[in-house]
Ligand binder design. Structure first.
Ligand SMILES: Cc1cc2nc3c(=O)[nH]c(=O)nc-3n(C[C@H](O)[C@H](O)[C@H](O)COP(=O)(O)O)c2cc1C
Length: 213
């Protein structure tokens, strides 16, 4: 079967967050769908190994913020390529706290406050169906699509995203070796990294690259 057609499925880009007993978690997702206007109900698909999934299963509540095109790409790198298990992802960004859950108030159009109704086992992922109990709109910026993320931010899907595709890593050699401290991407090059360099895997800026011996 040729799975290339799956790349033509369109999505948005979102940030889901939750809190259970004082522990925060949050990650980037592309799998928010409105299921029905009765409720209204939405669904998200979360990898079982994501810490955010663990926290939502305990708290039964989450907030989904709708990412806009003005977002600082470092937010996507942090929330999409590191784990809340060992990183305080909100630390460097601006956020509000709603029902004990942190939600970004920069780079997003607004958010939906959700209460879990049902969880469906779907292999590597859980499909979480939830009722939207409150909403807030911050601005009229354009919401980010998954295509925009790939083409303009030049980000990829990490291993735990449902749309992940295994790619052959090109063989690299070079005088200098740099590592991205967010997603772990290693770059070998004969040139020093320019100031406007961004990570080809997660989109993090030059400040996240460290030279290794
Ligand atoms: C553009 C993009 C889309 C993603 N979509 C999903 C998704 O729909 N579901 C999911 O479980 N992970 C998705 N991920 C991966 C998670 O954001 C990533 O595994 C994150 O590090 C999990 O963090 P956590 O351990 O704090 O929950 C996506 C990542 C990116 C960058």
């Amino acid at each position: 079967m040729d799975t290339k057609i799956l790349r033509n499925i369109s999505y948005g880009v979102y940030l889901v967050s939750s809190n259970s007993e004082g522990v925060d978690a949050g990650c980037v997702i592309n799998t928010l769908t409105q299921v029905t206007s009765e409720g209204p109900l939405v669904s998200i698909s979360l990898n079982k190994e994501n810490y955010t999934s663990e926290i939502i299963k305990k708290s039964h509540k989450f907030i989904v913020a709708i990412i806009n095109e003005k977002i600082n790409p470092n937010i996507i790198s942090t929330f999409g390529f590191t784990s809340s298990k060992d990183t305080d992802k909100f630390k460097e960004f601006n956020y509000d706290v709603v029902n004990n859950i942190k939600v970004l108030n920069e780079g997003v159009c607004g958010y939906l406050v959700c209460e879990v109704e049902n969880i469906v086992d779907a292999s590597t992922h859980d499909i979480i169906i939830a009722r939207v109990v409150d909403t807030k709109k911050y601005n009229d910026e354009k919401e980010m699509t998954y295509r925009y993320y790939h083409e303009l931010i030049k980000g990829k899907a990490p291993k735990k995203a449902p749309t992940y595709e295994k790619e052959e890593e090109p063989k690299q050699t070079g005088k200098y070796k740099y590592v991205c401290d967010l997603c772990g991407y290693i770059l070998e090059t004969d040139e020093e990294l320019p100031d406007d360099f961004t990570c080809p895997l997660c989109g993090a800026d030059r400040s996240h690259f460290t030279k290794v011996e």
